[in-house]
Write a protein that binds this ligand. Structure first.
Ligand SMILES: Cc1cc2nc3c(=O)[nH]c(=O)nc-3n(C[C@H](O)[C@H](O)[C@H](O)COP(=O)(O)OP(=O)(O)OC[C@H]3O[C@@H](n4cnc5c(N)ncnc54)[C@H](O)[C@@H]3O)c2cc1C
Length: 443
């Protein structure tokens, strides 16, 4: 299928419906539609994920659907193609994409924005295929199901060592994602015990591995120390200066030589480039991000732009901006203005942003926040975290659903329902054992 239209308008193609791509599309469409350009957003999913809410979605505090926002209502002047980008032909200025149903699209462009984000780095640790990751809605569903499944298995397991291994959860990574995940797990697993009265809380083991000397290198020492102390009080084994040497199907071997038997291992240690971006012959930094100038143009490729986690955008000192949502969405807005300016024959402007702060929720209504250099922790930080992220979610309809979930959560605990994404297998052959029920007699 070829989706180009015969017109004098320039074609702007934005790849990726995350923070960078959605905010660029929302801002650019109304500025150029019908006048200078047609804007098309291409994304694998037809929703935008508010990643900071994925932790509470996994534990069931909010519905999975409420942690995302459908893309189409967010766009008034942008076309949307729900397809997975397979290949970018930089020489022919054409993108090849394929829908889940197998339809292929050839999308020519005059301006192309790479906003495809990044993926979890599975190359650092041998055996990563045995671990879960925590980046997408699918990952969050998998983690939730695995945790509940572990409780089900443990409940039916007579052997204490195997029961303990089933109830051991290892999170690899001491950055923001690993820390927020372990914080949420302390609360979620604690609540699950109510549904499994035969299991003892002393059989639960939560382990967080951090190869560096302390948790949360992106935050102030005091906030990291508060986090570690809080987790230790809740019984989490925080192992700093220790990495995973190898992940096995039945546990993790650590760099200090010990083996932690565990049924669930989640990898949250670093990012790797999106495969589509990795395949492009473009200038990249050592982490595989596409190097741009301060205006987010890719040097040497007219009409090519990059934004968000897949881009290495230099700040005023020449250092790349961090891979954070607060940056990606602002980069997306400035990039939109820059493309609109270039289409009108004007000069684009550099992206300049000073981080306003960093926040993390730690579960049990506790959090940490660095608000423009002011450290805040405990209940207040958690409350600021919640208020900020619900307001970051576009559209009041979505915000109200989240607030409703939170309100219900004050009175009722999350349940232990495990909704599998695979279909339930139907019996393929009749049971031949003696226990087979007699066929029902016809009346
Ligand atoms: C669990 C979690 C929590 C986080 N919490 C915070 C936080 O509290 N604060 C903060 O600032 N940052 C946070 N981050 C980081 C933040 O989410 C990222 O920095 C941000 O999402 C980057 O935006 P992006 O647009 O570059 O990429 P993404 O938001 O990842 O968007 C990429 C988009 O591209 C699409 N895509 C990928 N490949 C293809 C393909 N081949 N074809 C079509 N579409 C494709 C994806 O479906 C997605 O829609 C968190 C990240 C995670 C994983």
């Amino acid at each position: 299928m070829r989706l180009n239209r015969v017109s004098d308008l320039k074609r702007v193609l934005i790849l990726g419906g995350g923070f960078g791509g959605v905010y660029a599309s929302r801002r650019l469409g109304p500025q150029v539609k019908g006048r200078t350009a047609e804007v098309t957003l291409v994304s694998r999913d037809n929703y935008f994920v508010m990643t900071p809410l994925l932790f509470e979605a996994a534990s069931g505090v909010i519905e999975f659907r409420h942690a995302v926002n459908p893309i189409r209502p967010l766009m008034c002047c942008t076309d949307f193609v729900n397809a997975t980008v397979q290949h970018v032909d930089l020489a022919r200025k054409e993108v090849l994409a394929e829908s889940r149903a197998g339809d292929t699209y050839r999308l020519p462009y005059d301006h192309l924005v790479l906003a495809l984000g990044a993926v979890t780095n599975t190359m650092r640790t041998p055996g990563s295929e045995h671990a879960l990751t925590f980046k997408t809605v699918h990952d969050a569903v998998q983690v939730r199901n695995r945790v509940i499944e572990a409780f089900e298995r443990a409940d039916a397991e007579p052997d204490p060592a195997r029961r303990r291994a089933a109830l051991t959860f290892v999170v690899i990574g001491g950055g923001l994602v690993g820390t927020e995940l372990i914080g949420e797990l302390t609360e979620f697993t604690g609540q699950l015990f109510r549904s499994y009265p035969r299991l003892k809380r002393t059989e639960l083991r939560l382990v967080q591995l951090q190869s560096g000397p302390r948790l949360l290198p992106e935050m102030a020492d005091g906030l990291a120390a508060y986090t570690e102390k809080t987790f230790r009080k809740r019984g989490v084994e925080v192992r700093t200066g220790t990495a995973a040497a190898r992940i096995d199907p039945d546990g993790v071997e650590l760099t200090d030589g010990t083996f932690v038997p565990a049924a669930t291992v989640v990898l949250a240690a670093g990012l790797a480039p999106n495969p589509v971006v990795a395949a492009l012959d473009l200038p990249k930094d050592k982490t595989g991000r596409v190097i741009t100038d301060a205006c987010m143009r890719v040097p040497g490729h007219a009409g090519l732009w990059a934004v968000g986690d897949c881009a290495s955008i230099p700040d005023a000192n020449g250092n790349p901006y961090p891979t954070l949502a607060q940056h990606a969405l602002r980069e997306g807005k400035v990039l939109a203005d820059n493309i609109a300016a270039v289409l009108k024959g004007r000069e684009p402007q550099p992206f300049v942003y000073k981080t306003r702060g960093t926040m993390a929720a730690l579960g049990h209504r506790r959090g940490i926040a660095d608000l423009m250099g002011l450290p805040v922790w405990g209940f207040l930080a958690w409350w600021v975290w919640r208020t900020y992220y619900v307001m970051q979610m576009p559209r009041w309809e979505r915000r109200l659903r989240i607030i409703a979930d939170w309100t219900v959560g004050v009175f009722f605990r999350p349940d232990a329902a495990k909704i599998d994404l695979t279909t339930e297998p139907a019996p393929v052959a009749p049971c031949e054992h003696e226990c087979a029920p007699e066929p029902l007699a016809r009346a």
